[in-house]
Design a protein around this ligand. Structure first.
Ligand SMILES: CCCCCCCCCCC/C=C/C(=O)SCCNC(=O)CCNC(=O)[C@H](O)C(C)(C)COP(=O)(O)OP(=O)(O)OC[C@H]1O[C@@H](n2cnc3c(N)ncnc32)[C@H](O)[C@@H]1OP(=O)(O)O
Length: 341
């Protein structure tokens, strides 16, 4: 078997991957007995793409490529999240120079993954919104585990517009009508729905099963001449990569302008503060009533959970420019946002 032969040549890799699997590493790489590299993403809490994480991902892809490993499976070390997409911290109040470097790194990683000469598959074992969805879609095969997890392109709900290269990729994977509907409405798909539109290729019972199914896909290539496979893949994927290579600066500038737009920033701050951070209502920065208002909405959402309509509260902050700041312990101030569960 072809893969087995390749593995023999690279058996030593198992002992050489440690440098990428130190305790500090956000990606654990293991090369299995068939010579398939399994990349377990393990950046707490949700494998979101920070600049450092992207750089590590880039190095990991180089490792797989440079060691002539035949195939790679991307998965998550966490039980509920495959990847949450862009790290909101990179998007909130970004420094122009850093953000542009961040986006350039992201473009590079995407081109490496999408254009990888080795076989790529994703075992999607948890939530996979936005950038998490794109990472999976950039692979050649996707298996998602059943459950309450969803996958999709929720950029518009964050005030973002997905980059053109992402849209093209989705349009080339599912049909144009489903792509337009999904992108514009920020639709998140259950595994069954995702399978129906071919956003994913298979559903698995659990992570082990997802990896086994990815391996079954990879095994199909035992019977195919490697150069024929690679050249065909490059012919199919090359034009999209070339297109991005020629428009990288415009793409970066376009995203930067979008990210710094006040509406996007409001959503970003809401996302940031809807986690149980140490933020203290109304005393976070104190300089922008609208910002304080949204932070308080997020805090109330954390305290009251499903009872509280956080997004509605944040929208009201924007509408009234922070003139009515909610106080989570004052019923009158939050009653418009309490729902009747
Ligand atoms: C390799 C190729 C890569 C190519 C990539 C290309 C990317 C192209 C980009 C295209 C445009 C993409 C835009 C985006 O990705 S914007 C980000 C979109 N992401 C989201 O909207 C996800 C938001 N998060 C969630 O929905 C949930 O957190 C999630 C479903 C992921 C998990 O839910 P769960 O209930 O399990 O956990 P919590 O919500 O309590 O969150 C746990 C902690 O994680 C923090 N968190 C969550 N999401 C993010 C994030 N995106 N960035 C940073 N941090 C995040 C959350 O704050 C909690 O933190 P604490 O525990 O500290 O409170």
């Amino acid at each position: 078997m072809l893969l087995r032969r390749v593995y023999k040549q690279h058996r030593w890799l198992a002992s050489h991957v440690k440098f990428l699997s130190t305790q500090k590493s956000s990606i654990d790489i293991k090369v299995d007995n068939d010579g398939i590299a399994i990349l377990n993403l393990q950046r707490p809490p949700v494998n979101s793409f920070s600049m450092d994480f992207l750089k590590e991902l880039s190095k990991s892809l180089d490792f797989v490529e440079n060691n002539k490993i035949t195939a790679m499976i991307l998965t998550s070390a966490f039980p509920r999240v495959f990847s949450a997409g862009l790290d909101i911290n990179e998007v909130y109040k970004p420094d122009a120079v850093r953000f542009k470097e961040f986006w350039t790194t992201l473009q590079e990683v995407w081109m490496k993954l999408f254009g990888a000469r080795f076989i790529t598959a994703a075992a999607i074992n948890g939530q996979s919104p936005a950038g998490g969805c794109l990472m999976a879609m950039s692979c050649e095969y996707r298996v998602m585990i059943k459950g309450t997890f969803t996958i999709g392109m929720n950029e518009t709900s964050l005030g973002l517009i997905a980059p053109t290269w992402f849209m093209e990729l989705v349009k080339n994977t599912i049909n144009v009508r489903d792509a337009e509907y999904a992108f514009t409405t920020s639709r998140m798909f259950t595994p069954e729905e995702a399978l129906k539109v071919r956003l994913i290729d298979e559903i698995a019972a659990d992570k082990d099963d997802a990896i086994a199914k990815c391996k079954r896909f990879i095994k199909k290539f035992d019977e195919i001449t490697p150069s024929a496979r690679i050249n065909t893949k490059m012919k199919l994927r090359g034009p999209a990569i070339k297109k991005l290579q020629n428009t990288r600066q415009e793409d970066t500038e376009e995203i930067y302008q979008l990210v710094i737009h006040p509406d996007t920033q409001k959503v970003a701050i809401f996302q940031l503060y809807s986690s149980p951070v140490s933020a203290n209502p109304a005393i976070i920065t104190g300089y922008d009533p609208m910002e304080v208002c949204i932070e308080n909405c997020a805090q109330c959402k954390k305290m009251l959970g499903a009872w509280f309509e956080g997004q509605l509260c944040a929208e009201s902050c924007i509408k009234y420019r922070g003139k009515m700041i909610p106080d989570c312990e004052n019923y009158a101030s939050i009653s418009p946002f309490l729902n009747k569960l």
